[in-house]
Design a protein around this ligand. Structure first.
Ligand SMILES: Cc1cc2nc3c(=O)[nH]c(=O)nc-3n(C[C@H](O)[C@H](O)[C@H](O)COP(=O)(O)OP(=O)(O)OC[C@H]3O[C@@H](n4cnc5c(N)ncnc54)[C@H](O)[C@@H]3O)c2cc1C
Length: 415
């Protein structure tokens, strides 16, 4: 009989882990705390070769409907003129497009909604997940793919907490049909930066609501990084009834005046093409956090995806890192003689240094933004100023940087 894997968390990380374990001969079942499918979630998402390889291994082709390839990266000044332009080859997908593909390819009975993990018990022979509804499930392995506020991690590593990076990402998406004609002509097909002092904005096209990549039915995606100290963040995360949602507030609960303020700032600070798109959208924000787990394997339990390490979104590699975790996990568990605990120990020895490197790269990319809360005299190097050419080059060549880390940590053998 196939060995049974309990995967906690039904987002991209959990789905990728489930698929790759199944490919390696496991019977993997996903348990997601939400009562309903997560289809409405998520916005634009960067893709890299390792993500595509993992999807292929899961039997999912990364065809033309999966993303939109942009050939040029530009930077606009406040007046909307191009100040720097470089070639690139990034394919931008959408969270919902990947989620749908991964979810549809899993048997319905092996994706269980409304299952919130409470705690885990394990012995030498098995591991048991106990859920908030008092039900329990037993397996040979448990994968914690339950995100930045992981319940699995909290049980084994209560000291490993996300650290606020000092800025938020405002996100906005607008249907292509609603993008003003001038903005569409100037930037829709491009990867576009705008760099107000102390801030950073980028925009790019992504698949539409149903994963449509047909011109006219796509969407435009904006990410606008803005510094906010802890008290400003608390204010932004406080809803109209005065309740503070520390760690992040649901888009529907953000107060009207917070949205009105960012829209006023958009008009004052952004290139007009980007401001027009932003003003027509329903923006929301996500605080940016760093997280590094000091361990990833606990007997029959492993951490993957954002539960293990959170890579700031500059690298556009959250899903790719989850795919690399899933690939390495499945391969390590297939090494037969080592058993589950031995396979997981091997997984940890490979993925800990890789995760640390990815977090370090993302911190470096966000150093200028984090430093905005420091007095000028204390800022150093990349914290003080940014080189626009280098910034665009780094974004345009992100897959190469990830490939270098994969190679340096000896992970190429898994792909
Ligand atoms: C602003 C921003 C921009 C981003 N941009 C990109 C990008 O361009 N490209 C990219 O690749 N990534 C991006 N990411 C990151 C990406 O969304 C994630 O890294 C990726 O989806 C992998 O996450 P995950 O599945 O491990 O965790 P999550 O997506 O957080 O999913 C965790 C799941 O576990 C469930 N869960 C939590 N607790 C429990 C419990 N107790 N029991 C059961 N279920 C539970 C949650 O409901 C959730 O569905 C971005 C992130 C942010 C914040």
């Amino acid at each position: 009989m196939a060995r049974r894997a309990l995967v906690i968390g039904g987002s991209l990380g959990g789905l990728l882990a489930a698929h790759l374990l199944r490919h390696a001969g496991w019977h993997a079942v996903v348990f997601e705390r939400n009562e309903e499918a997560l289809t409405g979630r998520g916005v634009g998402l960067g893709t890299h070769p390792q993500l595509i390889a993992a999807l292929r291994r899961a039997g999912i082709a990364f065809d033309a409907t999966m993303g939109i390839t942009v050939a040029k990266v530009v930077c606009l000044d406040r007046a909307g003129n191009v100040i720097v332009e470089q070639p690139t080859a990034r394919t931008m997908s959408a969270w919902s497009r990947l989620y749908r593909a991964l979810r549809d390819a899993l048997p319905a009975q092996d994706y269980r909604l409304g299952k919130k993990l409470r705690r885990i018990e394990q012995d030498a022979r098995s591991v048991t997940a106990i859920f908030e509804d008092n039900s329990s499930e037993r397996g040979n392995l448990l994968v914690g793919a339950d995100g930045i506020r992981s319940t699995v991690r909290a049980q084994f590593l209560p000291q490993a907490q996300p650290i606020y990076a000092g800025y938020v990402a405002w996100r906005a998406v607008l249907d292509e049909a609603r993008v003003p004609r001038d903005a569409h002509r100037d930037i829709f097909e491009l990867y576009t930066f705008c760099l107000p002092e102390g801030e950073q904005l980028l925009g790019y096209p992504v698949p539409g609501h149903d994963g449509d990549t047909v011109p006219g039915r796509r969407r435009y995606n904006i990410v606008w990084y803005r510094p906010a100290d802890s008290s400003a963040l608390d204010d932004m995360c406080t809803d109209a009834s005065g309740h503070l949602h520390s760690g992040g507030i649901a888009p529907s609960l953000i107060r009207h005046e917070v949205i009105a303020r960012v829209k006023t700032d958009a008009e004052a600070l952004l290139a007009p093409q980007l401001a027009e798109i932003f003003l027509r959208s329903d923006p929301f924000f996500q605080p940016i956090f760093d997280l590094e787990s000091p361990a990833l394997a606990f007997g029959r339990v492993a951490l993957t995806g954002d539960a293990a390490f959170v890579v700031r979104p500059h690298v556009g590699a959250g899903a790719t890192k989850a795919a690399i975790d899933a690939t390495v996990l499945a391969d390590c568990l297939g090494r037969g003689a080592e058993g589950v605990a031995g396979g997981l120990a091997h997984f940890e020895s490979v993925q800990l240094p890789f995760g640390r490197d990815m977090v370090a790269l993302s911190r470096q990319q966000g150093a200028y933004l984090s430093a905005q809360l420091k007095p000028m005299a204390q800022r150093r190097g990349a914290e003080l100023r940014r080189d626009v050419e280098a910034l665009l080059h780094a974004h345009g060549n992100r897959s190469d940087q990830i490939g270098e880390i994969v190679a340096a940590r000896g992970l190429e053998v898994y792909f």
